[in-house]
Design a protein around this ligand. Structure first.
Ligand code: NAD
Length: 236
């Protein structure tokens, strides 16, 4: 079933696990998903921007839409610290993103292996800021030329409605006649310039106990005990 194809479900708020917050006053969790094959080098070198991960030859399985990713190498970030979107490690404000759905549906022509081996790495804005990382927010899919950007520095909180918290909390994010931008707003991003060290991450999540077990073994080999959970509700 397409998300939200039943109109009654469009407004449903249905997070059994971690609830995205309702406003900036709470520590907003953010998520990056990646293939489990990347876990070891992310532990060692941090979660890097697309540009850096490619330069260092660390990204072994490309799950993203290559056309969109090419556009991200040209899309300027109009606030400090600037550069292009591909210079930042990207996070979403909710699991079950439209990108994950495209992968699930086999709509990324260059990646047809589904979501089973994708891990979520979770952190919070508060934690990223506490590590003195440079954070930029986009109010929707950052590649869109009309996306708004906000440099997140102390004393410079974004407008309350910069992130659409309601759409973040919804299980189904399809566009409606009244709200034709729900899908792109669900793709609002927390962008971290350069990369994010492993210590930022508070949880690793997998879709199955088998993949979680594999991830725990990898973490143990690095002497790390980041909580690793099975959260099928974060997947399609
Ligand atoms: N993956 C997400 O959760 C996420 C979040 C927000 C936005 N997006 C957007 O979706 C599209 C595709 O995103 P993407 O997932 O390809 O991310 P990306 O564009 O940042 O590509 C970098 C890839 O390299 C991986 N990587 C980073 N550091 C690494 C390391 N040290 N070792 C090995 N691999 C490493 C990343 O996990 C990712 O797979 C882009 O448009 C992206 O910005 C994705």
């Amino acid at each position: 079933m397409l998300p939200g194809s039943d109109a009654r479900l469009v407004r449903e708020v249905h997070w059994e696990m971690t609830e995205p917050p309702v406003c900036w006053s709470q520590a907003a969790p953010v998520w990056h998903f990646t293939r489990i094959e990347h876990l070891s080098t992310i532990i060692d070198q941090g979660l890097l921007s697309d540009a850096r991960a490619k330069d260092l030859g660390l990204m072994t399985v490309e799950v993203g839409n290559t056309d969109i990713k090419a556009r991200r190498t040209c899309r300027q970030v109009p606030v400090e610290p600037g550069g292009v979107v591909a210079d930042y490690a990207p996070f979403y404000f909710a699991p079950r993103s439209p990108m994950l759905y495209a992968i699930h549906r086999g709509n990324v022509s260059t990646y047809q292996e589904g979501c089973g081996r994708l891990l979520y790495l979770q952190t919070t804005i508060e934690r990223l800021a506490g590590l003195a990382l440079q954070i930029v927010l986009s109010d929707r899919n950052a590649v869109l030329d009309y996306a708004a950007f906000h440099e997140l520095v102390p004393g410079n909180a974004p407008p309350e409605d910069f992130i659409d918290w309601e759409v973040m909390r919804a299980r189904y994010w399809n566009n409606t006649p009244d709200e034709p931008a729900r899908r792109e707003r669900r793709m609002a991003e927390c962008l971290v310039h350069g990369g994010v060290p492993w210590e930022a991450f508070t949880e690793v999540a997998a879709s199955s106990s088998q993949v979680a077990h594999e991830a725990r073994a990898l973490l143990a080999r690095h002497g790390i005990a980041t909580p690793t959970t099975v959260r099928p509700n974060w997947y399609f």
